[in-house]
Design a protein around this ligand. Structure first.
Ligand code: PMP
Length: 360
């Protein structure tokens, strides 16, 4: 068996240690004689798994006790609707900061349910920078302010938290959660799909401040209703139990690595290495303003797009997978989430150098 170095943007690489543990426990979890995916979500075994996962996530992110943690389905996209449906009335205004494809999609979904004010728009700059907050046109009594801390496609990341005053701040942390500490108390809602830094697809985590529950509209589907889900321990219906279990193993793995502070150190180092290599090269280029370059998704183009296919073909031969940029933008993208090691990034850099020597 040989495993490739996986730079996919998501579903993304999981720590090998976690996969090995899943393999070892697959047929018979802790002597119960069945797999986690075959047992009742209401039984003692799964309830223990679920509670441990929540406790570990709370510990990792130091989530204050006045926040609920929900393990839901439908990915982050379901929460693009879940956020306005839980926090607005039709006549409310929600502020959105558009820094890329994902914030645009989130705003587009919200427009179905409430008024949307695009408070700042980085589209004119082709999503290569983040407008400073002093330029944002915020609504004083907005139902919430939504932003996307890391734009997975263009590789643009906030390295600061917006000021929202008394307006609840909502962040789509899908591609950056657990990559470093988060000051949760600054947020009304944090949500994230699991399939990058947390576990397998099929799961989304919502962290919501207690006072924001109960504002939900009466006609909201129960599976999107945070108040219902919080009341039922995310088990109003059958949860994505296997994904929840694997996410729990990932949380324990992060704890063994030294928690999110250790992840931050590692992720900063990986990103710095890769950007330094790109900036120092004549063949590769990253267009993102340095102050908002993503630590998670490092995008780059080759000087001649005609070389793209060769680059990807050679990468495949070298055991490097998932380097093609998103289909909407092309170029290359190396996604270097928590499970990617510094040694893995060094292998990529070695391949990039070798390719440049031959084609530069
Ligand atoms: N938000 C961000 C930042 C993402 O990167 C993605 C997926 N790549 C999504 C939302 C959508 O997530 P899902 O496919 O889980 O609905």
């Amino acid at each position: 068996m040989s495993r490739v170095l996986n730079f996919s943007a998501g579903p993304a690489a999981l720590p090998a240690e976690v996969l090995e543990q899943v393999r070892d426990e697959l047929l018979d979890w802790h002597g119960i004689g069945a797999s986690v995916m075959e047992i009742s979500h209401r039984g003692k075994a799964f309830l223990g798994i679920a509670q441990q996962a929540e406790a570990d996530l709370r510990e990792l992110l130091a989530i204050p006790s006045n926040y609920k943690v929900l393990f839901l389905q439908g990915g982050a996209t379901a929460q693009f609707a879940g956020v306005p449906l839980n926090l607005t009335r039709r006549e409310s205004t929600a502020d959105y900061v558009n820094t890329g494809a994902w914030s645009k999609k989130a705003a587009g979904e919200a427009k179905k349910y409430c008024r949307v004010n695009v408070a700042a728009d980085a589209a004119t700059g082709k999503y290569t920078s983040i407008p400073p907050q002093r330029e944002w046109r915020l609504t004083p009594d907005a139902a919430y302010l939504h932003y996307t801390p890391n734009e997975t496609i263009s590789g643009v990341e906030f390295h600061w938290i917006p000021e929202s005053g008394s307006v609840p701040l909502v962040g789509d942390f899908s591609s950056t959660i657990l990559s470093r500490p988060i000051d949760v108390a600054r947020f009304g809602v944090i949500y994230a799909g699991a399939q990058k830094n947390m576990g397998p697809p099929g799961l989304a985590v919502v962290i919501v401040r207690d006072d924001l529950l109960g504002r939900v509209r009466s006609d909201v589907p129960a599976v999107l209703d945070w108040t219902v889900m919080a009341g039922d321990g995310s088990m109003y219906n059958t949860p994505a139990s296997f994904s929840w279990y694997v996410a729990g193993l990932v949380f324990q793995w992060i704890k063994r690595q030294g928690g999110v502070a250790a992840m931050e150190k590692l992720n900063r180092a990986k990103a710095q290495r890769l950007y330094a290599e790109i900036d120092g090269s004549a063949l590769y280029r990253n267009p993102v303003e340095p102050s908002c370059r993503s630590w998670m998704n490092v995008t780059f183009t080759l000087a001649r797009a005609a070389l793209d296919a060769d680059f990807l073909e050679g990468a495949k031969g070298a055991g490097l997978m998932g380097l093609a940029g998103h289909r909407s933008v092309g170029g290359m993208r190396a996604s270097i989430y928590n499970a990617m090691t510094l040694a893995g990034v060094e292998v990529l850099i070695g391949y990039m150098r070798e390719f440049e020597r031959r084609h530069g």
